[in-house]
Design a protein around this ligand. Sequence first.
Ligand SMILES: C[S@@+](CC[C@H](N)C(=O)[O-])C[C@H]1O[C@@H](n2cnc3c(N)ncnc32)[C@H](O)[C@@H]1O
Length: 357
Amino acid sequence: MVLRHDRAEVVRDGKEGLPMTSTAPEIDSAHGILRLANAFCDAQALLTAAELDLFTVLHEGPATEEDIRGRLGLHGRGLRDFLQLLVALGLLEERNGRYGNAPGAERHLVGGRPGHLGGFLLGAKANLYPVWDGLAETLRVGLPRSAADGFAAMLEDLGELRRYVRMMEGVLQPLIPRIAEAIDWSRYGSVLDVGGCRGGLAGQLALAHHGLAGHVFDLPQIEPLFDEHMAELGTTGKVSFHAGDFFRDPLPRADVLILGHILHNWPLKQREHLVRAAFEAVAPGGVLLVHDRMLDDERANIDNLQASLIMALVTEEGSEYTIGELAELAGTAGFASVSHQPLDENETLVMCHKAGA
Ligand SMILES: C[S@@+](CC[C@H](N)C(=O)[O-])C[C@H]1O[C@@H](n2cnc3c(N)ncnc32)[C@H](O)[C@@H]1O
């Protein structure tokens, strides 16, 4: 495997299935370093535009600064610079004094459309942006910045829970078509998404592959959101919800089990438990699919290093991990073989195969 360090990017040859392009900023000059130090301003411009729902408003058609001011109920101070910054960042286009969405913004930032990333952006603004300010403290004392009982409290607050779910789906949504094509689903009769939340993935798999029975295992507080989402997708009755705690309750049996964005929340001991529980539940000849933003051995992927630090900031002991670390857990649990493939630039899918009967 070859690591090539170009000035602007670190590229890893994808021979072992980890394609890695991770763009590093240009930091050879004082200007470059200052630009990186101010990168949070670019992030806040995007997150604020999403918070104001600017892209959804501009989906109706290009608008003047004054139109935008009126429609978003803004004061006006700073607005021109804000809009021009979004133009400079490539999120908006300006023609004859009217601002419109650039193609990427139109594809991914307009509310209510497939591919909409707004849920993730709003979650990032509310939950991730503030905790990054405490990175030094986490590095000093090893504790997250989120309150220890924050997750339990959120489960009891439907509004917060909805925001959390939308944030996760913003990350998961673009991966769903890739997971739907990653294996030959016609070989299997059932799939169980463990920690499958409101069933976005299980529902889409059931729609894409007739004859595949979908199951979701998640905490009981998620069930009302699951029922709502199945009605939206038209998969009511095609996907079943199993309420439980995956550290206390046995997992229902299925031909294919999925652990997506689950293992990175927990330390090694709990990961071991989950992979062992998955081995027990997966049918002989079946497969456990694990996907996460796994780290490459050289730890060269900027996006995934950031993802791993987010785990340090928001979970007690979670972190991203390498394919090798997961393969070891899978071997110890009893899986016969492990293979892997990239799902996108950052996300890896590991397939743990259980021997047939
Ligand atoms: C980070 S989300 C991942 C959701 C989804 N699999 C994805 O890829 O986006 C973690 C999920 O695990 C669920 N979860 C957390 N702790 C759990 C537990 N002890 N038992 C069952 N589900 C749990 C959460 O409710 C949430 O839906």
